[in-house]
Design a protein around this ligand. Structure first.
Ligand SMILES: [Zn+2]
Length: 342
């Protein structure tokens, strides 16, 4: 099953080795020694639009992916879970529903790669979505589907995924990811960031970007059990802020201003942004309410990201973000409160 060729490096292999020389960090070298190399886990599994079993009302066959018309590199990565327990069932669902991702990560850590050059194809994974100033993200963002049941409404043990757990502020029982698939997902995220100069801010969850208004249909994947902090600290995947001492007594922001800070970072679905933020950056309580811990974590993210030198982005300090945060601080005259950090 394993191919000697790296399925999605292709003509970018030269560029990649050059990039690796220039930005490879000590942490990345350590990672290469500690974990099985990414290439050894990739299994080609090309999708075929002819197999799609979904039809429109008028009888036209739907497709599961499209070729891109432009040559722009991907701008981001969306992390998903499949709400299923195995790869064949997941692929069947792609064809039945006319959806897809660029890769599907099995519980074993095998990465089923659905395109030889993922940057050239639009996979249908993000649905109605927005992040920062981008909308309809399928055309810009790569999709990683991780095979995982997600959550159940009752505690139900499942092979491979074990016993789910509840998280404060939420009634559901959430399953963990296997160690192997977590490592593969984090390694692939970092590799794609490196290949396509994707900034950490643009590694998002489906929940972060979902614009569906109906609460019953809003996406909550990849959920609170994906270890974003570890992915960042151990694999340089995505972005996760370092913790600072935030004294809330110095900040007197209104609830709307906290939502505005989330919007400046990228969140576009105002009604759902607090809960999505909590699942991604503050997973001890995912009630969706703006409690003090969440306020501290929002401020911490905003402050840390302001000073963050991105490993992969072409502009190391994010100028668009910095000017928006500076404008926010000035508009509400919060210079004193933020002066310690900015
Ligand atoms: Zn999803």
């Amino acid at each position: 099953m394993h191919s000697v060729n790296i399925p999605f490096c292709g003509s970018l292999a030269v560029l990649m080795s050059f990039a690796a020389l220039t930005i490879e960090s000590v942490a990345m070298q350590a990672e290469a020694l500690k974990f099985k190399p990414l290439e050894s886990k990739i299994v080609p599994a090309l999708l075929d639009n002819a197999k799609c079993t979904k039809f429109t009302c008028s009888g036209t066959q739907e497709c599961v992916f499209r070729e891109k018309t432009g040559l722009d590199n991907p701008k981001g990565i969306v992390l998903h879970y499949t709400a299923s327990t195995n790869v064949p069932g997941t692929i069947r669902t792609y064809y039945e529903r006319g959806v897809s991702a660029h890769v599907t990560v099995a519980p074993t850590g095998e990465i089923h790669s659905h395109f030889q050059n993922p940057e050239k194809y639009i996979a249908f994974h993000a649905g109605l979505s927005a992040w920062r100033d981008l909308e309809r993200l399928n055309q810009y963002f790569l999709g990683i589907e991780v095979v995982n049941p997600g959550y159940r409404e009752s505690c139900q043990e499942l092979p491979l995924f074990g016993t789910p757990m509840q998280i404060t502020g939420d009634n559901n029982w959430w399953y963990n990811f296997t160690e192997d698939q977590f490592i593969s997902t984090a390694q692939l995220t970092a590799r794609w960031q490196q290949l396509f100069a994707i900034p950490g801010r643009n590694v998002v969850t489906h929940s972060d970007i979902c614009m569906v208004a109906d609460v019953n249909f809003r996406k909550v994947d990849i959920g609170p059990r994906y270890d974003y902090k570890r992915a960042f600290e151990e694999f340089n995947a995505g972005y996760y802020p370092t913790a600072h001492e935030i004294n809330l007594d110095k900040f007197h922001l209104t609830d709307d201003q906290y939502l505005e800070l989330l919007h400046i970072y990228g969140y576009r679905n105002k009604d759902h942004s607090v809960k999505s933020f909590q699942m991604h950056f503050s997973p001890t309580n995912i009630s969706g309410e703006l409690n003090d811990r969440t306020k501290q974590d929002i401020l911490n993210l905003c402050i840390d990201y302001y000073n963050y030198h991105d490993l992969y982005a072409t502009e190391k300090l994010d100028p668009e973000y910095r000017s928006k945060l500076e404008e926010f601080i000035k508009r509400y005259q919060y210079e004193a409160a933020f002066s310690e950090f900015i």
